[in-house]
Design a binder for this molecule. Structure first.
Ligand code: FAD
Length: 507
């Protein structure tokens, strides 16, 4: 049986932040990743991190501060665990300074509007991202195991030579782990935990490539292994909207066994019906793909009615979509002003010709024909489009206020007088099927401000820590802004390691 100080389960942004800081602190650190590739959904991500009040925002001259972020969260979160919120706010500047002190890590501001018009919001956002880096600058061992960006991974293609966004985050962190003597084992599926005689979690059970392995961690086990978005059974059990097949997590990654394994030794769970939701473009293979930034066109339900502001931040639109059954599938109706491509950012969009052949998209010269092809009522669809075109002409969406918020016009800028309202008048017309997708679930293990996993009575389970989508999110049902999943995951993973290092110096 091999012994380590720290065992980290999973290899997303939170996991590798914890592992990099643990290795840097001189702890014998092991990362266990179930698939052959590291990075999970984090490697697909834009790498935006909602970590407010740091030097990076200062350098960019932003009107950001810890106080401003506190006001923003106070307005946006519903009944939050204030201790965890304060821990995140207080720790973010320190974490970023610590990471940037390493020559392998450098952040920059990424302009990307926050998701609520609330006090403390920073115009154009306060999120930061790791700077792009060439693969050649990293340890070749990282190169061999880094999961490619989503559009390449899903197509079975290798990654790019320049790593940006989530690729840069995972690549840089993994290189730090290896440089400082940490170990990363892929192909190790963690299945359980065991406590020692004092009740402390010291043993991690995993299925390795050559069979079961048992590993010990003297200082702590950090679970940061995604949510259960990839498990149809667990989604049904917890009443989580959407479907495993429509989720964005890489196939075969986040199915929640590790959350259940912690629960089996007494960990409490919460927020289990929650996710980071988004509209998902239905693909010919039945999957859904994260779509944001609609530039023109409109979304209708099965009665051919619009039901929301299509330019809402994606999680908020996803929640509107989930609110009624006849919104799945929805049809996104658009015209040919973008040459038959979807007027939005879909990750990935897929080939329009394949969509048309599969029937996930339809095309017609008139709205009546489009209605016939989609099964929508022709009179209702025509009326919806005419009403929308009237709003485009007046510049006011009287139904849903599209274009009134800075987020709406962050991506949509072609309309006049309202940038986000573009008439639908250039045939042929197209309609694309949409379902409810997600960037992961965010219900899971209940943790405290130090990232310690709590039992049902609120007592920390010695030796067991958690961060990322494996935990009940500090943000609850809200998605405050770009980078909220990664920012929180990184902050609480770092706090967990601080607690482990603290326990090291005490012993
Ligand atoms: C296209 C796209 C863009 C996004 N952009 C952003 C963004 O810019 N900023 C942001 O904050 N969020 C973004 N997100 C969301 C974000 O990427 C995820 O919510 C977040 O990365 C999840 O992190 P995680 O560590 O919980 O899970 P993951 O990153 O998915 O990592 C979990 C890892 O744990 C492994 N694992 C699971 N179970 C086990 C087990 N039992 N044993 C061992 N290993 C296990 C998995 O295989 C996986 O590799 C984006 C998502 C997508 C799809």
């Amino acid at each position: 049986m091999s012994a380590y100080d720290v065992i980290v389960v999973g290899s997303g942004g939170g996991a590798l932040t914890g592992a990099a800081l643990a290795a840097k602190a001189g702890l014998r650190t092991l990362v266990l990743e179930r698939t052959p590739l590291i990075g999970g959904t984090s490697a697909y991500s834009g790498g935006a991190c909602w970590l407010p009040g740091t030097d990076v925002q200062q350098r960019a001259g932003l009107p950001d501060s810890t106080e401003g972020a506190r006001a923003y969260l106070a307005a946006v979160l519903v009944d939050p665990d204030q201790e965890r919120v304060e821990a995140l706010l207080a720790h973010a500047p320190k974490l970023v300074a610590q990471l940037e002190a390493d020559p392998l890590m450098e952040f920059e501001w990424i302009p990307f509007a926050e998701y609520y018009d609330a006090p403390g919001r920073v115009p154009m956002g306060r999120s930061i991202q790791p700077k792009a880096i060439s693969r050649d600058e990293l340890d070749p061992r990282v190169d061999a195991i880094l999961r490619p960006p989503v559009e390449r991974d899903r197509a079975g293609r290798p990654g790019r030579s320049t790593l940006s966004g989530g690729q840069a985050l995972i690549g840089r962190l993994a290189a730090m782990v290896l440089r400082d003597g940490g170990e990363i084992r892929t192909g190790h599926h963690v299945t359980g935990f065991a406590r020692d005689g004092s009740g402390r979690v010291t043993t991690v059970l995993a299925q390795g490539p050559d069979g079961p392995v048992e590993l010990t961690a003297t200082r702590g086990v950090l679970v940061a292994a995604g949510g259960f978005e990839g498990s149809a059974e667990r989604r049904t059990e917890h009443g989580t909207p959407g479907r495993a097949a429509w989720s964005m997590a890489p196939r075969g990654t986040n199915t929640g066994e590790v959350i259940d394994a912690a629960a089996a030794i007494g960990a409490a769970t919460d927020w289990s019906g929650e996710g980071w939701f988004c509209p998902g473009l239905l693909q010919p293979d039945g999957s859904g793909t994260f779509t944001l930034g609609f530039r023109s066109g409109l979304m209708v339900d099965q009665s051919a009615q619009r039901y929301g502001n299509e330019c809402l931040p994606y999680d908020r639109f996803g929640r509107v979509m989930a609110a009624a059954e006849d919104r799945t599938p929805s049809w996104y109706v658009f015209d040919s002003r973008e040459g038959g491509r979807l007027p939005a950012i879909a990750m990935p969009e897929g080939d329009p010709a394949e969509h048309l052949a599969a029937g996930t998209w339809v095309q017609a010269d008139t709205l009546e024909e489009l209605a016939a092809a989609t099964g929508l009522d022709a009179t209702a669809l025509t009326a919806t489009v005419e009403r929308f075109n009237g709003f485009a002409a007046s510049g006011v969406d009287e139904d849903f206020g599209r274009g009134a918020d800075e987020y709406d016009t962050f991506f949509a800028s072609a309309g006049s007088p309202n940038k986000a309202l573009v008439p639908l008048d250039q045939p042929p017309y197209l309609a694309a099927q949409f379902v409810l997708s997600d960037l992961g679930t965010k219900g899971g293990l209940v943790t405290d401000a130090a990232g310690r996993v709590l039992d049902g009575s609120g007592t920390p389970i010695a030796g067991l820590y958690a961060a990322s989508n494996s935990t009940a999110s500090v943000f609850g049902s809200a998605y405050p802004g770009p980078g909220a999943p990664l920012g929180a995951a990184m902050a609480f993973a770092s706090l967990a390691v601080e607690d482990m290092v603290g326990s090291l110096s005490e012993s």
